[in-house]
Structures are given as C-alpha cells and as structure tokens.
Design a binder for this molecule. Structure first.
Ligand code: ARG
Length: 590
C-alpha cells in the first residue's frame, strides 16, 4: 500500500487531484493505448453511492467499442479500472454502477488524518496552486464627477472578492481602479468649476470643502448636470470649455490643477464607500524628490525624506494610460491592424460588423484606445499574466473586441485558456422589487441623513455583499432587504449565525485548539461528522474552482453547505461533557 503523504506542510495536490492521480495510474494500465486520457473525477451526486465518482468508462466504451476485444461493455471497463487501481490508503472501497461509473468511498481513517493535518498546518496551507503568479483586477472604476451607481458598487464587491480569492491562492494582485478621469468632459467641468468658484484659490482646501459640501456622492451629479446644461445651451461657454480641454491636454498648470482638484473630490467620495465596505484598492509607488511636500489622502501632509515613498492613491485611471496611447497605436499600425474609415482610425475585428474605433474623427482618443494602452501596459510593464475586468455585462462586446485586437497583435495567445490571459467578468443588473433597474435613491423621495444612517445600520455590509456574491454573477438580481436579512436561507446572516454558534461551542467546551493539534486525528464516527469532514477536505478544490471560473458564488455555496453540515452535526451529535454525553443543544450551550 502506498502510504498517504503525512508531514508535507504545503497542501500540494487537493483531494480531487489526489483521487485523479490514483485513477490515472489505473487508466494507464486499463487502456494503455489511450495516451492522453484524463481521469474524470467528480463528487458523487448521490452521497449514498460514495464520495466521489470516476466517469471515464462510458466515454471510453464509445471510443473503443469493437476495437478492444477485452471489454464488452462499459461496466466491464469500470470493473477493470477498479481492479487496476494501485494500493492507496485514501480509498476505502469502490463499486461499479450502471454504465461503468465507479463510485469511490474514502477511508475514514485517511480523512481524519488529513483533517488533522489541515488543523496543524493552518489555513494558509490549504490554498490551491494556480498557474498564475501575478494578476490585475480592474474593478470598481467609477467616473469622476459622475455619480457612483449601483453597478459600480457591484463591481467593487465582486472585484474585491475575486482579488481576495486570488491573493489567498498566492497570486500577487494589482488592484486597479480604472476611474474615468480623462476626456473632453473635463473641459466643461473645469470651466464650470472656474465659474462657480471665481474668487477662490482652487488649490485651497476651502474650495474643495465647498464643492464637497454641495452634497456627498451625488454633489457631482448636480455639478455634472448643471455644467452639461450650460455646455449644451450656452455657445460661449461651450467654446471656452473646448479651449479648456486643449489647455488641459497641453498641461497648462491652472487647468491641470483644477482637474486634479475635481478628481481629488471624487476620490474622497469613493474612499468613504470603500472604507465602509472594507475594500482596499491599489496603492501606487511614486518617485519623489527629496524634501517634496506631499498631500496625503487623509488630509495630512508628509515630507518625503527618501526618493521613494508610498503614496496611497487609488487612481490609476484613464489619464494614467493616456501618454502611452500613441506608441501603442503605432505598434498596432506596424502590424497592419489599423485602417482608416470615414476619417477615423479603426481596428477591424473578425466576426464583428462594427470595427473598434481607436482614434475619433476629431483626432481624439477614446475609451477603446485607452483600454488598449492599459492592456499593453499591464502585460508588458506590469508583467501581469491574468488581467481581469469587472463591469456589467453591457460592456462584454467592448472587451471582446479589445481582446481580439490584442490577440491579433500577438500580445495574447490565440488559445483563451493559455496565459497570459484576459477575462471579462460581467455581472447582471440589480433590479428593484418592481423588476426595474434598481435606483440607489428612489425617485419619489430623497432619503434623509438619519434614514440613510438607520438603514445602513440595519443592513449589515455582509448581508449586502453576500446577496451580491451568492448569485451566479451574470444573472440579474433583485435587491430585497427581507431576503438578505433572512436568518434561515442562504444569507450572510445565516452564515454569521452558524459561525457564532460554532464559536460558542468551542468556547464552552473549554478545549484548547493547540492541545487538540497535539492529540492527533479525531474519529469520524457519526455520518454527520464524516459529512462535515469531507466538506472540509474539499475546501482547496472549491477555492480553485472559484478562482478558475472567477465565480465567487462557488465559495458562497460551499460556505452555505458547510454551515448546514456544521448545524446538522451539533444538533444531532453528542458533544462530550464530564457527566455523560449530551448533544450541544441538550447541554444548553447554544
Ligand atoms: N469607468 C467605466 C464605467 O463606469 C468602467 C471602466 C472599466 N474598466 C476598464 N478598463 N474599461 O463604465
């Protein structure tokens, strides 16, 4: 019998991979001529049959029928697979079902030992190994001076979760907030800003304060709307605004300053949202001259006493990539990808009726040229192997076109499963209970500050986040407080409740976890204990699946099942007490 690996601190292969490895050996012996056959292992759909199943026999049968006279049915292939299994401490028994499916039951002893190892080595060692070392997650990404809407909130929650999943799996994640901080609208905003605050030194804190005070997140909504109105209706203003864009792009100080100011105000607004959600976005290292006075995010100043200083700036948005656009377009042009069309420059994309416009008729760059430059920068300067974009599904087409262009340019491999890889993580709309697009504030009634505070208190952030994450992200979902706060369904509240109960059992049992580590494996005697044990052993493969598919809902479902297993266990099982044995509930621990 091959001994199960015992003292390796790193997880290495996860449970499913370990099973696959054993079955791979058997398949080599059973069908030696099938050189590239991969073992098809999956959890058993019906736990009464076993823990996992091997699904290779049926496919093999249709392939070798009539060719290999050794086997006369898929069942016989299944039986041969079982017979040829190498000895393994992991597997207790196997049975062959209809069509040759092999049901696998794991050994209780092996399971107990593996769980004990998980306990001893700690959660860090449970992480799966991903074939990627550095990733960019482009998420949140609201637009400066516009309202941060519920779609940006979804992007923030999903993007942060994906980043955490990858970070846990030892991938270095560059969290990028691709804010819309560049474009012709800034001419209009800057001119309006000058009009609104003519007497103020725009670099003063007071000007910022005044603007901030207009309102909080939506101050800008009003500011943007008002400036747009003026732009549309006043030709003199319009002309000034157009000149302002030119001045801004030419780097004139007065305009640059006003632009930076407007960005800073928006940024302070977002930061409040990020802080509340516990979301962290990128920090950028800036090279600063000795003695430079730097304004920090939290309204403080610092003097750099070194050449390097960490400047916490969540902005590596559109403006950051602007200087790279000409060179990147030149690269595409050299490959013969850029064509002229009706005065604009475009990249035709195979299978798409409309090409990707990269230089507008007026010579300006746009969202697409910025994204091409950003993708190039992330691949070549930041050396990321996986670039992940989190936006609503409405932008799928845009990203498909960007990725196609990058493939044609040779920046990305043609095979979408190979690295470096770019993925668009699209999510659906958030709907109100009326089935229409959810609005952050209802039209009929603006909420008062107290109402808002009260609601924020009542709804834990966990509930909101979880409601967002547990759905397959591509579907729309209905925003419903009652459902989110239900303590029985698949909600954050239920998970927190299960967690609190488990903590209370641990506390009242007066057991020292470090002592348990020394004692050695537990016994998985009761079926509920075994079910919980199996679930725990599956953690690494679940994280791997969630990361590979970029689906946080896979982890949510796992956590829900885990909580159910734990609840069943402490309801049904005996928990030890000095005098006799009672279930945790009988003992009044819960
Ligand atoms: N600012 C954009 C929006 O609000 C989202 C940006 C997404 N990221 C990107 N690299 N295009 O729609």
């Amino acid at each position: 019998m091959a001994p199960a690996s015992s003292s390796a601190p790193a997880m290495g292969l996860h449970l499913k991979q370990k099973i696959a490895k054993v079955f791979e050996e058997s398949l080599r012996i059973t069908v030696p001529y099938e050189l590239d056959i991969e073992p098809a292992i999956a959890p058993c759909q019906n736990p009464d049959f076993g823990d996992y199943q091997c699904n290779n026999a049926m496919g093999l049968w249709s392939k070798i029928k009539g060719k290999d006279t050794l086997f006369e049915s898929s069942e016989l292939i299944g039986e041969a697979i079982v017979k040829n299994l190498p000895p393994s401490a992991m597997i207790e028994s196997c049975s062959v079902g209809q069509n040759g499916f092999v049901n696998i039951t794991l050994s209780n002893k092996w399971m107990a030992k593996s769980i004990h190892e998980m306990l001893v080595h700690g959660i860090k060692t449970w992480a799966p190994e991903l074939p990627c070392k550095r990733a960019v997650v482009d998420f949140s990404s609201p637009n400066i001076a516009k309202e941060m809407h519920v779609g940006h909130l979804r992007s923030t929650i999903i993007g942060d979760t994906l980043a955490r999943m990858l970070e846990y799996s030892n991938v270095e994640v560059l969290r990028r907030n691709h804010v819309g901080d560049w474009g012709t609208q800034f001419g209009m905003l800057i001119e309006f800003f000058f009009e609104k605050f003519p007497s103020k030194d725009i670099s003063s804190d007071q000007a910022i304060g005044d603007l901030e005070n207009l309102t909080w997140i939506s101050p800008f909504k009003a500011f943007y709307k008002a400036s747009k109105l003026r732009f549309d209706n006043n030709p003199v203003f319009k002309e000034r605004a157009q000149r302002a864009v030119v001045s801004l792009q030419a780097g004139e100080e007065k305009y640059r300053k006003a632009w930076a100011q407007i960005c800073e105000i928006s940024r302070r607004g977002y930061e409040k949202v990020y802080q509340r959600l516990g979301v962290h976005l990128e920090e950028r290292v800036m090279l600063l001259k000795f003695g430079t006075r730097i304004k920090l995010f939290n309204h403080k100043y610092a003097i750099s006493n070194d050449f390097f200083l960490f400047y916490p700036s969540p902005l590596q948005g559109e403006s950051f990539y602007n200087p790279y656009i000409p060179a990147v377009l030149k690269l595409l042009d050299e490959k013969g990808l850029v064509k002229e069309s009706e005065g604009a420059c475009v990249v035709p994309i195979e299978g798409k009726r409309i090409p990707l416009i990269v230089v507008k008729k007026d010579g300006g760059y746009n969202y697409a040229s910025t994204d091409l430059a950003a993708l190039w920068y992330r691949l070549n300067e930041e050396r990321a192997e996986w670039i992940i974009y989190v936006t609503d599904v409405g932008q799928r087409e845009h990203f498909e076109m960007i990725f196609s262009a990058a493939k044609r340019a040779g920046w990305l491999p043609a095979d979408r499963n190979k690295y470096p890889k770019a993925s668009h993580v699209g999510f659906g709309l958030v709907l109100g209970e009326d089935g229409k697009r959810f609005r952050t504030r209802s039209k009929a009634k603006e909420w008062t500050a107290e109402e808002l505070d009260g609601t924020a208190e009542a709804v834990s952030y966990g509930a909101v986040k979880y409601a967002d994450l547990k759905n397959n992200r591509t579907t729309n979902y209905t925003f419903n407080f009652d459902q989110m706060l239900n303590d029985k369904g698949n909600t954050a509240v239920y998970l927190q409740y299960a967690h609190a109960r488990i903590c209370s059992i641990i506390k009242r049992s007066v057991k020292d976890v470090d002592e348990l580590k020394k004692i050695g494996p537990v016994e998985l005697a009761h079926p509920d204990e075994r079910a919980l044990g199996l679930r725990l052993l599956q953690f690494p493969e679940i994280v791997e699946e969630a990361c590979t598919k970029l689906l946080p809902s896979v982890i949510c479902e796992y956590l829900y099942n885990l909580s159910e297993d734990a609840t069943r266990l402490y309801t049904n099982c005996q928990v030890r007490k000095r005098a006799g044995s009672y279930s945790a509930r009988q003992q009044g621990w819960l």
